[in-house]
Design a protein around this ligand. Structure first.
Ligand code: PLP
Length: 277
């Protein structure tokens, strides 16, 4: 596998990372995860747009144009013969002695590499279980920054409880999950938290909402409570690697019939058509 680091394609063992990289001291950086199906970047333009927005909101100057970023990703895909997997890209604010203010000299540092990851077909087909937890993150969850400690803690809490995902809520209002967005179906209506500062504006979320409109499923982007969550007919998560995965049990309580629901199955079938050849 070869990587991209500081303007060069290099082998992983040849990368030397400075302890002064602000990514280490402050989590002062941003990232994106691109999905690759059949050797092609999936929804590349949407990911780049989100990267640009996050960069601008945290006042970090992207060192490359959109075309150059796409070119780096494509060269990683081709150079590593990647057919199915992900490309991770992070940009930190650069290297400088530890001090909070933006450094005046530092150049942003780009790290990118690809990983072979197969579609998680077992969980996509069979669903997963989740627990609910308070959402203790900051108030800019719409930004894809390196500060993921609350997400890491939430995910580990799920694993400690023997389930796969955590559903986060702010004083009873469901936001999203530790690494995915959440949708519920109740009486044939799809509900999901509005794309504001409290959730990441998922690329998969946007694709699924487009598909729901095309299937004439009524969509309400409005907040709902943990009680409504538990009373839902169907619950599922969306994300670049999890795609559309049903949640069948929450805090030990069975959701709906306890099997992936019919509306979720329709959306999954349509979703697959967007990348399967
Ligand atoms: N919400 C959070 C907190 C995430 O970390 C992610 C993805 O990693 C998502 C939602 C889903 O976003 P996307 O569909 O763009 O992968």
């Amino acid at each position: 596998m070869y990587y991209f680091y500081k303007n060069e394609f290099v082998h992983k063992q040849d990368i030397q990372i400075s302890p002064d990289d602000r990514g280490y001291y402050f989590g002062d950086g941003i990232y994106e995860v691109f999905r690759v199906y059949n050797g092609q970047i999936y929804e590349g333009a949407a990911h780049i747009q989100r990267l640009e927005r996050t960069a601008s909101e945290v006042r970090l100057q992207l060192p490359y144009s959109n075309e150059e970023i796409i070119d780096i990703i494509n060269r990683l895909i081709q150079g590593n013969n990647l057919v199915e997997g992900t490309v991770y890209m992070q940009i930190t604010r650069g290297e400088a002695p530890r001090a909070h203010p933006f450094p005046t000299q530092a150049e942003p540092i780009v790290l990118a590499y690809c990983t072979e990851v197969k579609r998680p077909l077992t969980t996509i087909q069979n669903g997963i279980q989740a627990i609910t937890q308070p959402d203790i993150r900051w108030l800019r969850c719409d930004l894809k920054t390196l500060n993921l400690l609350p997400n890491v803690l939430a995910k580990q809490t799920a694993l400690d409880h023997g389930v796969q995902e955590v559903i986060l809520h702010r004083e009873g209002t469901v936001t999203e999950c530790s690494a995915s967005n959440l949708m519920i179906i109740k009486d044939d209506v799809l509900y999901t938290h509005p794309a504001n500062h409290l959730i990441l504006h998922g690329i998969t979320r946007a694709v699924v909402l487009r598909l729901a409109h095309a299937l004439h499923i009524q969509v309400k982007e409005e907040p709902f409570t943990t009680n409504q969550l538990l009373q839902a007919d169907e619950v599922f998560i969306t994300g670049t690697t999890v795609e559309i995965t049903s949640i069948l049990r929450i805090d030990g309580q069975v959701i709906g019939t306890g099997t992936p629901g019919p509306t979720t199955q329709r959306l999954k079938a349509e979703f697959e058509k967007t990348f399967l050849q």
